[in-house]
Design a protein around this ligand. Structure first.
Ligand SMILES: Nc1ncnc2c1ncn2[C@@H]1O[C@H](COP(=O)(O)OP(=O)(O)OP(=O)(O)O)[C@@H](O)[C@H]1O
Length: 422
């Protein structure tokens, strides 16, 4: 067996009462890796963790922990190697938070044994790390969902095991504790602890996990480096939603933005004309409202996150292709924008300013007009006064008009032109 791996899983299959839930799982995890398990509800994520921590034992296949077959280990031996933070911690009796964390030391105590100084030191450290020390005398049952979650994480840390399993560790936490928890988990992995975390928030996984196992209906759909697994295509296939995937210039990590399906369906059903809006820098918000009022379907892009047009699109539930804040349009975003353009009847270019960063939007409009799409340029101000590309945008406008794009001077004229084609 390969000692290189802290956890090694081969051909894992599992069924509840003959109902197959996990099929054909293979996984190799090294010491200190932080792995995210993602997948839709019911994909088998919690079941997978329950197998890894020894709760479910009637599986098929091989699960090796520290080069030892999990089946050959007693519960106590497993607890020294693997700690779990379950999805719901049901503690019926009135234990204090300190007592709950002390339970993490059970694998190290003799039957009816008393805690030693060592146990108290470990518990104190774990409670300090999870910011639960101040809660130590409170009754666990009376804590808030987020406080309970942090206490249970402290309990798992107090177990001092080399493998930490977390089942949605941030589900009850506010954003600040979500980040703190993930930072703590990340730090633990840097200290050499192997972390396997079921996460529902794809962006937390994108931010913190080195690798992701994407489960689909009990089977591994993809396993590998986070940015190789969290692609538009794979997320779209497994979750059945449209997303855009971009890279943050701040963290350098990928992040995922869902594109609302609600309006798409509504608009497709209503049979109204679909307008794709190329805008940004506050040139498109008013247009979005106006076009919606007039009963047109609207999509938009590419717009930078934090741009006021982006916020308007999101508040109106308009499908929008997003780019990271203050970043140039990436190839990936441009391709996604081209797809929205394909689905539109009319492309409108608003009265926006052009720099090198958003010139790709104009090129998309040019490709659209060349393919016979209707393109309308709303030029309240002449393009040369909005061109900060040394003339490239102005030149693209000339090409656009030469290929048949129509230029209008105000909003009413624009709405009339879109309506005329109805
Ligand atoms: N004790 C059980 N007995 C029978 N079926 C179960 C049991 N626990 C879970 N299941 C079923 O197994 C499947 C996988 O459940 P599991 O909880 O592992 O999924 P999950 O991916 O963690 O879901 P979620 O994201 O909703 O937490 C589901 O169809 C669920 O209904």
């Amino acid at each position: 067996m390969d000692r290189e791996f802290k956890v090694l899983i081969e051909d894992l299959h599992f069924a509840y009462d003959g109902f197959p839930v996990l099929r054909n799982i293979q996984l190799r995890v090294k010491a200190g890796e932080l792995i995210g398990i993602l997948g839709p509800n019911g994909a088998g994520k919690s079941t997978f963790l329950k197998i890894l921590c020894g709760t479910l034992r009637n599986y098929q296949g091989r699960v090796m922990v520290d080069d030892l077959d999990l089946r050959s280990l007693s519960s106590r031996e497993i607890a020294k190697k693997v700690a779990i933070v379950p999805q719901d911690s049901l503690l019926g009796f009135d234990f204090t938070a300190l007592e709950v964390v002390l339970m993490g030391r059970n694998p190290y105590q003799r039957r009816f044994g008393r805690e030693k100084v060592d146990d108290f030191r470990t518990v104190t450290e774990s409670m300090m790390e999870t910011k639960t020390w101040d809660l130590r005398d409170r009754l666990f049952t009376q804590l808030s969902g987020g406080e309970k979650q942090r206490v249970v994480i402290a309990q798992a840390l107090a177990q001092r095991s080399q493998i930490l399993l977390l089942d949605e560790p941030t589900s009850h936490l506010d954003i600040s504790y979500q980040i703190e928890t993930m930072e703590l988990v990340h730090k633990k992995s840097e200290e050499g602890i192997t972390v396997i975390a079921v996460l529902h928030d794809i962006n937390l996984a994108a931010q913190y996990c080195q690798k992701v196992l994407l489960l689909s209906d009990g089977e591994p759909f993809a396993y590998g480096k986070t940015e190789e697994v969290l692609t538009r295509e794979k997320i779209g296939f497994v979750y059945g939603v449209e997303v855009s995937v971009n890279r943050s210039p701040v963290t350098g990590r990928v992040y995922v933005t869902p594109i609302s399906k609600r309006w798409r369906y509504k608009e497709a059903l209503s049979g109204s004309r679909m307008v794709h809006l190329i805008c940004g820098g506050n040139s498109g918000g008013g247009l979005m409202h106006k076009l919606r009022e007039q009963g047109f379907g609207v999509s938009a892009g590419v717009i930078n996150v934090l741009d006021s047009d982006h916020e308007t699109a999101q508040s109106l539930d308009i499908p929008v292709v997003s780019e990271a804040p203050f970043s140039s349009i990436s190839e990936n975003s441009m391709r996604q924008n081209d797809q929205l353009i394909q689905g539109a009847d009319v492309i409108v270019v608003s009265n926006l300013f052009f720099g090198e960063g958003n010139l790709a939007n104009l090129r998309s409009a040019l490709r659209a007009v060349e393919e016979g799409k209707e393109v309308i340029l709303l030029s309240t101000d002449p393009i040369f006064s909005r061109d900060f590309t040394g003339g490239k945008a102005t030149e693209l406008y000339s090409h656009l008009m030469a290929k048949g794009a129509l230029e209008v001077r105000n909003l009413d004229e624009l709405v009339q032109k879109i309506g005329e084609q109805n």
